[in-house]
Design a protein around this ligand. Sequence first.
Ligand code: MRU
Length: 358
Amino acid sequence: MRERLLAAEKVTAIRWTGDALQLLDQRLLPLQETWLNYDSAAGVAGAIRDMVVRGAPAIGIAAAYGLVLGLRVRLAEGADWRAALEQDYALLADSRPTAVNLFWALNRMIDRLDRLRPDEPVLASMVAEAEAIHQSDREANLTMAQFGVDLIRKHLDRPQSLLTHCNTGALATGGFGTALGVIRGAYLEGLVEQVYADETRPWLQGSRLTAWELAGEGIPVKLNADSAAAHLMKTCGVTWVVVGADRITANGDVANKIGTYQLAVLAMHHGVRFMVVAPSSTIDMSLEDGDQIPIEERAGSELLEVNGQRFAADVEAVNPVFDVTPADLIDAIVTEKGVVERPNAEKMAALMSRKRLH
Ligand code: MRU
């Protein structure tokens, strides 16, 4: 399946040119494919905040390259470059609060910097570290796709209907995607009859990004209003909800795009299985449970306006963009380290003590 997934690859959203970071502007998709160029940490922090790049793993990868860009400037400034780099770290860390991959990637970069031997070239070593973060996410996607497909097949070995939320594909990662990587793999293995993609209000990651990615590969996808999910589960034979994650805590609670929690409740009611697919860089063992995850709130204008044009009544909006699904509503968490079925604290600890598979 690995070879077939690689052969089917069409979309990338992050490019490192050797001296700049290029990002496919996800705010404009699918109407326009515009690449933007970044040569500073502040620029990359702004791109993360403004959702030029989004999706937990992609944010982490972009931040790692952003730190490299900051480092290059600080080294050129000379003198106390190490202290000055802290400002770039802080700027990048402040760009979005919920996806832990951002902090995981930045901390991995700083660890590498701290462990540099005197004979190692600073900038080249840090570029290599950012590239390794990028590449390992791609590898993790491939491994998770295989695990997720095996799990789907274990329960039902024939084409079936899967429902997904938000965008977890090539646009959101360094490779093919987490949940969307599993869906891509399942399609290649003949296990997909129909994908239902929640439109994912208010930012429309489903309508604009997931539908675009899947349709581009000929995978049968239908777009549905978020509020149609219960009806589809009841009437369209959906067997699995497959979603990604922005942060998974030590007890297996999962923060993901707003609307994920209600899908898990609905899935439980309808006997539909619920799979979360995320690399281990999304797991935050420092937090005991999901109540401790910072939930990003974005501007009310995302709900009140379309293309800058107000359509809602003159009221305030509340716009939390993530929610937390409790572990006991989850059938499986699929990571590159392995699969945890019916997650709890003990199983999560056992998973995290395993070595990476690649
Ligand atoms: O606000 P976004 O678009 O960054 O939110 C993205 C999600 O919630 C994804 O489901 C999650 O990051 C996993 S992406 C592989």
